[in-house]
Design a protein around this ligand. Structure first.
Ligand code: SF4
Length: 433
C-alpha cells in the first residue's frame, strides 16, 4: 500500500513560463510516486499554478480553489490542495485563512523544495524571494510538437506596469551546458520545435561566468543533428544585439521571427512605462533586423490606456504599426497591478470605456495589418510544421508562426511544403506541393 501511485492534477493558468514550471513540477513529483491525471476528480493532489499578470487570472485561481474546497469539505474527499506560481509569490493577503482547506502554497522560487513540502502533515506557506540553484529533476513535457525550454527567469527591468519582477524575482540564467543537454534530449524525444523561454531572453548569460550570450546558445543548438526549428521569446528591444541578428540570419534552424514588445508608439508614454528606448530607437532596431533578414516577421505587444496616455499619444501607437511594418500584435488594456509604480498614478487612470474604445481601434488596426501581411503570402511556397490534424485537414505553422490549413496524409510532427491559396485575417489556406 505504501508504494501506491498517487495522482496529481495541475491546472496551469497564464504564460508559457507557467506551463514550463508545471512540467518541472510533474517531473519532481514523478520521483515521489505521483503520476499526472487529466481528470481532477481522480486526483490525490490538486495544484493550481497561478498567474498574476491580470486580476482576471487571480479570480480564476480563487474560483478553482473554491470548487476543490467543496469536494474536500462537503463531499469529504481525501485530497491535498496546493496553490503555486505568481499569486502566492506576491500577495499580502493571508490566503491560508481565506481558504481553510488549502494545504500548501509555494512560490516560483520554491519549486525545488517540493519534495520536502509535499509530505508535511501540517499546512505550509512556503515563499522565498531569492533564487535557489536548480536540482536536475528534468521536465515531464507534454507530448506535443513544440517543447518549452526555459533559459532565464525573472526580470530586472521594472517596467512601471509590470508585476513580473515581484513574482519571478531578479533575472537569473540557467547554465549553458544544462540548456544544451536538455535541447539534445528534446530532439532525441522527437519534438520538432524548441522554444527558448524567458521574460527577457536577450539578456541571457549576463549573470553567468564568461557571460555566454543567447546568440552563442542558438549557434550551439543549431548544430544538433536532426530536423527541428528553434524559436525564442520574449525579446527586450534594446537588448537585441548585432551578434544575435547575425546569428539568426546565418542559422539553419532558427525561425526568422522576432517578438519584440514595443508597448507604446509614443516616447513620453514609454518613459512613463520605464521602458528604456524611444520610438525612434525601436524603429532603428527593426530596421537593423530587416536589413540582415529581409523575410523576417516582427510581432509586438501593446498596452492601451496606460495612465496619462492622451489621444494623440495613443494615435502614435497606430502609426508605429505602419511605420515599422509590425506584422502582428497582442493588445492588452492597462490594468493596475499591486506593487507597481503605475498603479499609483490613480489620478491619471483612463476611464474603462475609453480604454475599450482605444482597444477596439487598435484591434482593427492589428486585423488590417495581419490581413495585408497574409494576402502578400498568396501563391508563395512555405515549409510548415503540422501540429494538429482532423481527418485529412492539417493545421500547421510556418517558421514565422503563421497558421496554415491544408489537406494532406502527412502526420502531426511532419514538415510539408505548401503553396498558399487564400488569406484570411488569422490564418492561411494552402495546398501541398
Ligand atoms: S521587461 Fe518589463 S514587461 Fe517584461 S517582464 Fe520585465 S518588467 Fe515585465
Amino acid at each position: 500500500m505504501e508504494n501506491k501511485i498517487k495522482k496529481v492534477y495541475i491546472e496551469t493558468l497564464g504564460c508559457q513560463m507557467n506551463k514550463s514550471d508545471s512540467e518541472r513540477i510533474l517531473a519532481i513529483l514523478s520521483h515521489f510516486n505521483y503520476e499526472e491525471t487529466l481528470e481532477p476528480k481522480e486526483a490525490d493532489l490538486l495544484i493550481v499554478n497561478t498567474c498574476s499578470i491580470r486580476q482576471l487570472s487571480e479570480e480564476k485561481a480563487y474560483s478553482r480553489l473554491g470548487v476543490w474546497g467543496k469536494w474536500k469539505t462537503q463531499e469529504g474527499k481525501k485530497i491535498k490542495i496546493a496553490l503555486c506560481g505568481c499569486l502566492p509569490q506576491h500577495t499580502k493577503e493571508n490566503l491560508m485563512a481565506r481558504f481553510p482547506y488549502l494545504d500548501l502554497a509555494f512560490g516560483t522560487q520554491n519549486i525545488y523544495e517540493l519534495p520536502d513540502l509535499i509530505n508535511k502533515e501540517e499546512r505550509v506557506w512556503a515563499i522565498r524571494n531569492s533564487y535557489v540553484p536548480e536540482k536536475d529533476y528534468g521536465y515531464i513535457r507534454k507530448k506535443d510538437v513544440n517543447a518549452w525550454l526555459p533559459i532565464t527567469e525573472g526580470c530586472n527591468n521594472f517596467c512601471s506596469y509590470c508585476i513580473v519582477p515581484f513574482t519571478r524575482g531578479r533575472e537569473h540564467s540557467r547554465p549553458f551546458d544544462t540548456i544544451i543537454k536538455e535541447a539534445k534530449e528534446i530532439v532525441a524525444e522527437g519534438f520538432k520545435e524548441i522554444t527558448l523561454l524567458g521574460q527577457n531572453v536577450d539578456s541571457y548569460g549576463k549573470d553567468l561566468e564568461g557571460k555566454p550570450t543567447l546568440a552563442a546558445l542558438l549557434r550551439e543548438i543549431d548544430k544538433i543533428e536532426g530536423k527541428f526549428r528553434i524559436r525564442f521569446v520574449t525579446s527586450y528591444p534594446t537588448d537585441i544585439t548585432d551578434e544575435l541578428i547575425e546569428t539568426v540570419a546565418n542559422s539553419k534552424k532558427v525561425s526568422r521571427y522576432f517578438h519584440i514588445p514595443m508597448q507604446s508608439g509614443d516616447t513620453r508614454v514609454l518613459k512613463a512605462m520605464n521602458r528604456r528606448y524611444t520610438r525612434e530607437e525601436y524603429g532603428d532596431i527593426v530596421r537593423r533586423i530587416r536589413e540582415k533578414i529581409p523575410e523576417v516577421i516582427i510581432t509586438s505587444d501593446f498596452i492601451v490606456g496606460f495612465p496619462s496616455e492622451t489621444e494623440e499619444e495613443f494615435e502614435r501607437t497606430l502609426t508605429a504599426i505602419d511605420e515599422f511594418g509590425i506584422n502582428y500584435s497582442n493588445i492588452a488594456s492597462y490594468s493596475p497591478r499591486p506593487h507597481t509604480k503605475a498603479a499609483k498614478m490613480v489620478d491619471e487612470f483612463i476611464p474603462e470605456e475609453e480604454k475599450d474604445r482605444r482597444f477596439q481601434i487598435l484591434n482593427d488596426k492589428v486585423k488590417e495589418t495581419s490581413l495585408k501581411n497574409h494576402k502578400s503570402c498568396v501563391d508563395k511556397v512555405f515549409e510548415v510544421l503540422i501540429d494538429s490534424k482532423k481527418g485529412d485537414e492539417c493545421k500547421a505553422r510556418t517558421t514565422c508562426n503563421k497558421i496554415v490549413y491544408f489537406k494532406s496524409d502527412k502526420e502531426i510532427g511532419d514538415f510539408a511544403n505548401v503553396k498558399i491559396t487564400s488569406a484570411d485575417t488569422w490564418h492561411l489556406k494552402a495546398e501541398e506541393v
